[in-house]
Design a protein around this ligand. Structure first.
Ligand code: F6R
Length: 599
């Protein structure tokens, strides 16, 4: 989705802004633009398509200046075009602004501004903001304070979500920024500040950050920073040092982020497990809801199995976009766990706010320090997977699975619902995962060969029972999103209730078999598809009868609950190698964005 970058300091800002935009490319976008303030003129360049197009434009007509803002746009209101790209200006070309989020009342504001004589040149919701700022600025003293007042007054009129950076041509040292429901961080350098919608964009310049809160506005110059609420009451803010390494957000010799991140899973899991979790769970919870989207929701399904088995509390998993609109029956005896790698997914944040309104106790699981979800929930636990740049989630998923198992162990211990011995065994299994994943990764060539054979298939099926079915859902999602092969995940026993009609000669069926107690039943289901001509490819940690299946990939033995963190790894590689074989952009699959900040 959209990305923001800004700079104020002593350096030429153009290369910094372009580099920041490139670092943000992974979020998905369709146009890009930059505004640089030099003297009293704002120089704006925009282009449709890749940041490279913008860079070519700037090379022809180089921007200088030490203060600027830039943006990658993922179209919501209005098609991808140069006119709709940010930065946007007011009619008098006094203000330039970049915006992430959606202004829900833009039609009313546009109508109001039209009545005041303003005109609009784009189809965006954003264009109302610089004009609204201008409208208020006209009523202020023409000072920096007046500029700040005007932005604050405009922010109060906006409904929806926004992270904005604003330049004013009369104040060539100043950037004003503000947010509501859309992230913004300010990185501190020496006599300079870097601003971004997410940390990886500026991690190579600084590791000291201010995280803007909702309804907060900040006034920035190269050596000045102030924070206010929208009534302009000033407050202090803590500077937070991030332990992320600079390498975390570059490819570090890998061809793609996705392969790098698949291979980082042992470290990501190790770092996630190696934290002290301090939480006392009240025994008064009668139910648990786990709410998330996409891959994070699939991790939640593993969490459900683990929590229900160990803690004996009914646990429900729901997609956030459904949960938020269906008036769920929850109250102060409900624990709601929200999982989000980015911590910025609009539906998950809205679901979290709803749960709080209904007085549920809320826990967030996020991979991004200071993310919206981490600040909104009563308690936040982090996965320490490091920045996940590839759109397809891999290391965040396995880290979420491990963190949920850790929480289940902790809850079960407090509630005394599982034996100490069982919990110790599971703990030990968790600690073995990094080594076991390394072992799987050593055999990735086998998966690569298989992927080459299946790269041009039209459909695939993933079958499993119990916890293996949850892995099927995740494996099927990975395949769809990066290889564009149609795929379906089914509980193996459900196939004959309809979908088996789709099995034809040579249809590829991937079976996951780690559920020991359900092994014979799943094998029978696979034999049913073999009898109808399917080719079968198996991931297992069980002894299987010989010569039934076309391909068997064996993974190390582990407990039921930790098995998804192992069985997904060959299937992540499978999707990755298929996409590579088809020459697709694995890190930036079509139509997708890394962090889905609109509903
Ligand atoms: C799939 C994928 C998405 C995300 C989903 C939620 O590979 O990455 O399905 O899992 O958009 O994102 P977060 O976890 O950031 O809330």
């Amino acid at each position: 989705m959209c990305g923001i970058i800004g700079y104020v300091g002593e350096k030429n800002c153009t290369p910094i802004l372009l580099n920041g935009l490139k670092n943000l490319e992974y979020r998905g976008y369709d146009s890009a633009g930059i505004a640089v303030l030099e003297g009293n003129s704002i120089n704006i360049k925009k282009s449709k398509g890749r940041v490279k197009n913008l860079e070519d434009l700037i090379e022809k007509d180089l921007c200088g200046g030490n203060i600027g803002i830039a943006h990658t746009r993922w179209a919501t209101h209005g098609k991808p075009s140069k006119e709709n790209a940010h930065p946007h200006e007011d009619n008098s070309h006094t203000f330039a602004l970049v915006h992430n989020g959606i202004i829900e009342n833009y039609k009313e504001l546009r109508h109001f501004l039209c009545e005041q004589g303003y005109s609009f040149f784009s189809e965006t919701d954003t264009e109302v903001i610089p004009n609204l700022i201008h409208y208020y600025y006209e009523k202020q003293e023409k000072t920096k304070d007046g500029f700040l007042q005007a932005v604050a007054l405009a922010c109060k009129k906006l409904e929806g979500s926004f992270a904005i950076l604003v330049l004013c041509k009369y104040f060539p040292q100043t950037i004003i920024l503000a947010r509501r429901n859309s992230p913004l961080v300010v990185g501190k350098g020496k006599n300079e500040y870097y601003i971004a919608s997410d940390i990886p964009a500026i991690l190579e310049y600084t590791r000291d950050f201010y995280f803007l809160d909702d309804n907060e506005i900040s006034f920035l110059e190269s050596d000045i920073i102030h924070f206010f609420d929208f009534d302009l009451l000033e407050h202090e803010k803590e500077l937070i040092h991030s332990s992320l390494s600079r390498n975390s957000s570059n490819k570090n010799g890998y061809e793609d982020f996705m392969l790098k991140e698949i291979e980082e899973q042992p470290q990501a899991i190790f770092d996630t497990l190696n934290q002290d979790i301090d939480l006392h769970l009240s025994s008064s919870f009668s139910q648990i809801y786990i709410v998330a989207c996409g891959t994070a929701m699939h991790a939640g399904l593993v969490g459900k199995t683990c929590i229900e088995t160990l803690c004996k509390i009914p646990t429900f998993v729901e997609v956030a976009s459904e949960f938020r609109y269906r008036n769920p029956i929850i109250d102060s005896h409900t624990l709601c766990i929200f999982i989000s790698q980015s911590g910025e997914t609009a539906d998950t944040i809205a679901a979290l706010k709803l749960a709080k309104q209904k007085k549920a106790k809320t826990i967030a699981i996020s991979n991004v320090m200071g993310s919206s979800i981490s600040r909104e929930a009563d308690v936040c636990f982090y996965t320490y997977a490091g920045p996940e740049i590839a759109v397809a989630s891999t290391k965040a998923y396995t880290s979420q699975v491990c963190l949920l198992c850790m929480l289940a162990i902790l809850f079960a211990k407090q509630l005394k619902t599982a034996s100490d011995k069982d919990l110790e065994v599971l703990k030990e299994d968790l600690l073995q995962l990094p080594k076991q994943i390394e072992n799987i990764l050593e055999h990735k060539d086998k998966i690569q060969i298989l992927a080459k054979q299946l790269a041009f298939e039209r459909d695939m099926f993933f079958l499993g029972r119990g916890i293996d079915y949850t892995t099927c859902l995740e494996a099927s999602l990975k395949l769809k999103e990066i290889s564009y092969i149609h795929s379906e995940a089914y509980p193996a026993g459900e196939l004959k209730h309809g979908p088996i009609a789709l099995i034809e000669q040579n249809t590829p069926v991937v079976g996951i078999l780690t559920e020991e107690a359900l092994l014979e039943k799943t094998i029978s289901n696979l034999q049913e598809v073999i009898a109808r001509g399917a080719k079968t490819f198996i991931v297992t940690n069980q002894e299987l009868p010989k010569n039934i299946f076309d391909f068997v990939f064996t993974i190390p033995k582990t407990s039921r609950f930790t098995s998804p963190a192992l069985s997904i790894v060959p299937l992540q590689l499978f999707s990755y190698y298929i996409a590579k074989q088809k020459n697709l952009d694995v890190d930036k699959p079509r139509n997708l964005a890394k962090s889905v900040t609109v509903e």
